[in-house]
Design a protein around this ligand. Structure first.
Ligand SMILES: Nc1ncnc2c1ncn2[C@@H]1O[C@H](COP(=O)(O)OP(=O)(O)O)[C@@H](O)[C@H]1O
Ligand SMILES: [Mg+2]
Length: 226
């Protein structure tokens, strides 16, 4: 059983007449519960890889399997609930809904599923990350670190089996970055979630089970922790 598997994943973007190759035949597998870091220079295709793995965009060629199910050709009506129940996302720029308060932001994915425990679940997670006093604050009233802790709670509210994090500490100072990383790793270990994280941080890479390096849309190295 694989958590994530890709076969010869290829993605090109067209800009006017030109087609640029962004991912070139990327094949990888990730085991359930594994913590994999994806690293590589800016523009090497890391974010594109995450959008393809999570079914947010489609490859031009190749396949994506999630828990051994081929999701490559699923339509949006099938993918959307799968994403909401199986995946959690954490982004560099937080992506909180500005018009919803902290509690509402975190409850939102659970409410989409009709989870009657949405409120209690969100409150429990937010307490866990030290935001119990900020439930009715709006995103623009939070510090960067608080926003990211809120975003992590939102990513975890549906107890996803796979968490994608795209430079989750990229906009944070080192103290907040470390706190956010520790939280993500703690929850990953506790719940056995698969964690696929894009980061430039050698420190974070040093804590991963495996580090995949992309260059110009290809995997140029894969290192397992010894
Ligand atoms: N929607 C898009 N349209 C055109 N080009 C894109 C698009 N998204 C990304 N690219 C290009 O694809 C390449 C890889 O981008 P990205 O996956 O964001 O890299 P990374 O996350 O490693 O910085 C870059 O050259 C970028 O300019
Ligand atoms: Mg990126």
């Amino acid at each position: 059983m694989h958590s994530i598997e890709t076969k010869a994943l290829t993605k090109n973007y067209r800009i006017g007449e030109r087609s640029i190759s962004v991912l070139d035949s990327v094949s990888l597998t990730v085991a359930p519960g594994e913590f994999v870091v994806v690293t590589g220079e800016s523009g090497s295709g890391k974010s594109t890889l995450l959008t393809l793995l999570s079914g947010l965009d489609r490859p031009d060629a190749g396949r994506v399997f999630i828990e051994n199910r081929d999701i490559t050709d699923l339509d949006e009506d099938t993918l959307a609930p799968l994403r909401n129940s199986t995946f959690g996302f954490v982004f560099q720029s937080f992506h909180l809904v500005p018009s919803l308060n902290v509690l509402e932001n975190v409850m939102f994915p659970a409410e989409l599923r009709g989870d009657p425990q949405a409120r209690q679940g969100a409150q429990a997670l937010l307490s866990r990350v030290g935001l119990a006093e900020r439930l009715t604050s709006f995103p623009n009233q939070l510090s960067g670190g608080e926003k990211q802790r809120c975003a992590i709670c939102r990513a975890l509210i549906n107890t996803p089996r796979i968490v994608f994090a795209d430079e989750p500490t990229g906009n944070l100072d080192s103290v907040n970055g470390t706190a956010v990383l520790d939280l993500l790793l703690e929850l990953h270990r506790e719940r056995g979630t698969t964690l696929l994280m894009v980061t430039h941080s050698p420190e974070i890479a040093g804590r991963a089970d495996r580090v995949i390096t992309l260059k110009d849309g290809r995997i140029v190295s894969e290192q397992n922790r010894v």
